[in-house]
Write a protein that binds this ligand. Structure first.
Ligand code: MLT
Length: 316
């Protein structure tokens, strides 16, 4: 099988694939380079950070299989995939564990001023009495998008002694029951925003979620609340967030995803002390990436053997 790897993935998986298949790597490639690299390929492996447009896929007449080494499908033209009948396989589970843990790390870091504490201590400043933080225990955690990742975060919050509220785009009684079993009460977006001390965003980026957290949504939040965006840049209006953070409308924010991502981009929030910024590292754990790599190899084997490949858990 002729494979194109368009994003960095686990090195062991890359080694295994190279031993078994004809593999080409085009990492961080622009549209022209990608169209060139994919020309004779049958399978494409990719993550976020690369745009899999109709033009890119159309340049590969033999393309049959797309493996999304993770969760989000906002960087692929799903309509084209559907029209052409390509097989798209997502591998969302391993990364979900890592994203949920990072969400917690960011909530804790914000609450206990960890970045400040570290920076000041390194400078010889003993700022113990300036670094009074907040507990998570006993607080309300609001999950915007209580799906695969969001419900994990909710479960962790419940275990941490938090009261957990969540919302989903299409609520049903069955979803409410499943979430209830994880310690999450299903409600609507407005109630989540109004009541939560910690609002974590975990929705996919699509037409209905662009600027979901805009000035109006931020105005519903408690001034003592913090916002954690683990979803996608574009879901949170960064200009409105900046305004909320500088005017005291919001205590703090952490963003792992940004409206503009990649080398050289500086967030419009970069100068704010009550903000933590990370470079889309939610799924970046050795364990998760190793597991994703193993699943990629299994998927390719199954596809080559003509056996059933688990279809994408998307609206395809
Ligand atoms: C994902 O959607 O799985 C994450 O954004 C991880 C990634 O692909 O970088």
């Amino acid at each position: 099988m002729k494979i194109l790897i368009a994003s960095p993935i686990d090195t062991q998986a890359t080694r295994t694939m190279r031993a078994r298949y004809d593999v080409v790597l085009a990492l961080n490639a622009g549209p022209d380079e990608l169209r060139e690299a994919i020309r004779d390929r049958e399978a494409l492996i990719f993550r976020s950070g690369v745009q899999i447009t109709a033009e890119v896929m159309a340049a590969a007449p033999n393309l049959k299989l797309l493996v999304r080494a993770g969760s989000g499908v906002d960087n692929i033209d799903l309509e084209y995939v559907r029209r052409r009948g390509l097989t798209l396989v997502r591998i969302p589970e391993p990364g979900a564990k890592a994203v949920a843990e990072l969400t917690f790390a960011l909530m804790l870091a914000l609450s206990r001023h960890l970045l400040w504490a570290d920076a000041l201590t390194r400078q010889g400043r003993w700022a113990k009495h300036e670094l009074n933080g907040y507990l998570l225990t006993g607080k309300t955690l609001g999950i915007v998008g209580a799906g695969n990742i969001g419900s994990r975060v909710g479960q962790m919050g419940a275990a941490w002694g938090m009261r957990v509220l969540g919302c989903v785009e299409h609520p049903t009684a069955a979803k409410a029951l499943r979430l209830h079993q994880k310690g999450i009460r299903l409600t609507d977006l407005h109630e989540v925003l109004r009541q939560a001390d910690f609002v974590c965003v975990h929705v996919p980026l699509k037409d209905s979620t662009v600027n979901l957290i805009d000035a109006e949504a931020l105005a519903l939040m408690k001034p003592s609340a913090v916002l954690v965006n683990m979803a996608r840049g574009g879901v949170v209006d960064e200009r409105a967030l900046r305004e909320a953070l500088t005017s005291g409308r919001l205590r703090g924010a952490a963003l792992d995803v940004h409206e503009r991502e990649g080398e050289g981009h500086i967030s419009p929030l970069a100068d704010l002390p009550n903000v933590i910024l990370t470079p889309h590292i939610g799924a970046m754990t050795v364990d998760s990436q190793r597991e994703i790599g193993e699943r990629i190899v299994e998927t390719l084997e199954a596809f080559r053997a003509g056996s059933h490949v688990r279809p994408a858990a998307t609206s395809l």
